[in-house]
Design a protein around this ligand. Structure first.
Ligand code: MN
Ligand code: MN
Length: 445
């Protein structure tokens, strides 16, 4: 009997390398295609339909083994498979978020200054603003036109960039603290520079408006009824000589969304009804119609188990709140605590609590719930680890876990460790993607 708690580097078993690299291929393909919530929802819906999932209608009479999904406002999607046991006996839920930090356009974004057209923005989620200058950005999202039609202006091939002060003239700027080096109002992208000879004023702005009108039928007023966002314009990449790691934008939390989804796709006839909830707005507090606090979940429950009491259903359900965690970075060991933090390549990280200061803002899972999941993973030979989000008083954060737990669902955080979380290019491990799919399969089966 081993008296010590130890974790293993999954790559130590070289026989699994082909399977690990294969699992990563699917993930990287997803990350290449999906840089917004809408793109994620469309991707998951398409793949689910190919696997026989059908829209969850009101009054649906679902039988054991039936596969269903329901999209909420194009920004979140719940997918599931009816269990052999009645839904009233409780669901097994994996919840992850598909929104990521980014730069949104303001409702009146376009203006002209010193011969350049620029777009004003408002950042979304927690970012180090200086990381978002001088990198290529893509414009994604939709505009609703006066006739009510929605135009998708994503995948348009355009590239944008936020300029930055040259080092030669940055003497005063370099004395500022990091949070002030780039001000929020200076996160503005260049949108054009050719003047329109026919225009009387704002000639460069006029050229940009002409292009938008010719291509999409959009006028300046239509920016008000739009969701337009700037995301890093680079593809995921394999990192290192051994290609063991993945660099990509938006791995928080699409890496957990993808692994939970993939596990569900590999599930048939689960014991308990399996549900994967992929939601929006986590980075700004899980509020709004498409966030985890939305009553949309109750709507889904009602359609899965019509006539059943929702409080009873929640009381009998279990949830893995799937979100990324901070992996130990050899360059920045100080704000983590090495005995209670996760490491790349050591598998999914089970986290008893997140929060800040004196555990504020977390659901803090019970010993019984932690025991349930550690037992489940051990029985299924899942290589898992435990870890917290940083050392005591180093900072902190939260996940959707508390919104599930507040519904009286036994919930534990689980997720993949990242380096450079919330940066435009985050780092994760292929081995952790592989093992986390296995972990979700063990829970959902
Ligand atoms: Mn997250
Ligand atoms: Mn986050």
């Amino acid at each position: 009997m081993n008296l010590f708690y130890e974790t293993k580097n999954i790559y130590e078993n070289s026989a699994e390398l082909p399977a690990i690299f294969q699992a990563a291929e699917g993930y990287m393909d997803f990350m290449t295609r999906c840089k917004t919530e809408r793109a994620c929802v469309a991707y998951f819906k398409k793949r689910a339909e190919e696997r026989g999932f059908r829209p969850l209608e009101q009054g649906a009479q679902l039988k054991s083994g039936d596969k269903f999904y329901l999209v909420n406002r194009e920004r979140s999607i719940f997918l599931g498979i009816m269990g052999k046991r009645p839904a009233a006996e409780g669901l097994h839920i994996a919840a992850a978020h598909i929104d990521s930090p980014r730069i949104d356009l303001k409702p009146c974004p376009l203006y002209e200054s010193e011969g350049l057209a620029l777009l004003k923005t408002h950042y979304y989620g927690g970012i180090k603003k200086y990381q978002w200058t001088t990198i290529p950005l893509a414009l994604e999202g939709v505009v609703v036109l006066p006739d009510g039609k929605t135009v998708d202006i994503g995948n348009n091939g355009y590239t944008f960039c936020i300029s930055e002060l040259l080092i030669h003239l940055a003497h005063e700027q370099m004395e500022k603290t990091a949070s002030k080096v780039i001000e929020g109002e200076n996160l503005r992208v260049i949108a054009g520079s050719i003047p329109d000879a026919e225009a009387d004023q704002d000639k460069v702005k006029a050229t940009v408006l002409k292009i938008l009108n010719e291509k999409y039928g959009v006028t300046e007023k239509d920016f008000i009824s739009a969701e337009l966002t700037l995301v890093p314009k680079f593809d995921p990449a394999e990192l290192g000589f051994d290609k063991s790691l993945i660099g990509a934008y938006g791995q928080d939390d699409r890496i957990c969304a993808y692994t939970a989804f993939e596990a569900l796709m590999q599930t048939e006839n689960p014991e308990k009804t399996a549900l994967v909830a992929l939601v929006d707005k986590e980075e700004i507090g899980s509020d709004g119609v498409s966030g985890m606090q939305s009553q949309f979940m109750e709507l889904v429950f009602g359609r899965i188990a019509p006539g059943e009491s929702l409080p009873e259903l929640c009381y009998r359900s279990k949830c893995l709140s799937a979100d990324v965690n901070a992996a130990l970075d050899p360059l920045y060991p100080a704000p983590t605590e090495s005995q209670n933090c996760c490491r790349l390549n050591h598998g999914p990280c089970i986290t008893k609590y997140t929060g800040a200061r004196g555990k504020s803002g977390t659901s803090d899972a019970s010993a019984e719930t932690m025991g349930y999941f550690t037992r489940l993973f051990d029985q299924n030979n899942i290589r898992w680890q435990t870890g917290l989000l940083g050392a005591v008083d180093a900072g902190g954060g939260g996940t959707v876990a508390k919104y599930m737990a507040n519904r009286n669902i036994d919930t534990v955080d689980i997720g993949i460790g990242l380096l450079s979380m919330h940066a435009p290019f985050e780092i994760a491990s292929k081995a952790d993607v592989y093992e986390t799919i296995r972990a979700f399969r063990a829970f959902l089966k």
